[in-house]
Design a protein around this ligand. Structure first.
Ligand SMILES: COc1ccc(OC)c(-c2cc(C(C)=O)n3cccnc23)c1
Length: 121
């Protein structure tokens, strides 16, 4: 039926949701959980033309908007790069973005992904 169709996840969606959850755990202060607003970051929307955050990535996974793993990785990199573009190197946000990028990319190294296959199948 239609309802069941909507709920079913593709193998790619299940992989991306697993990776997203692991990445979100490395952002305990939730600096990357929601879109950055001009209220909390003056001039943000003028400086950052392509904003990205974990909630938007989650929505794109649910909408089956990612055709492959690399499109997902590109949005993760965009999110981190935005933070190192807008924030000065001596801020907690710049430092958090650098660490998050490093940790997140380690999760998608081929050998790491192979280990995941058994978990996700
Ligand atoms: C201090 O608590 C929060 C809470 C949510 C935030 O973004 C969703 C941020 C935040 C996140 C960011 C980023 C990611 O650039 N940021 C930049 C300047 C000022 N604040 C932020 C901070």
């Amino acid at each position: 039926c239609v309802l069941r169709k909507i709920a079913e996840k593709t193998p790619l969606q299940r992989l991306l949701e697993h990776l997203l959850r692991s990445m979100e755990k490395r952002d305990p202060q939730q600096f990357f959980a929601w879109p950055v607003t001009d209220n909390i970051a003056p001039g943000y929307s003028q400086i950052i033309t392509n904003p990205m955050d974990f909630s938007t990535i989650k929505q794109k996974i649910d909408d089956n908007n990612y055709q492959n793993l690399n499109d997902f990785i590109d949005d993760f990199k965009l999110m981190c790069d935005n933070a190192t573009t807008y924030n000065h190197p001596d801020t907690i946000y710049f430092k958090a973005a650098k660490k998050l990028l490093h940790v997140g990319l380690k999760m998608v190294i081929p050998d790491k992904l192979k280990q995941l296959r058994s978990v996700l199948v």
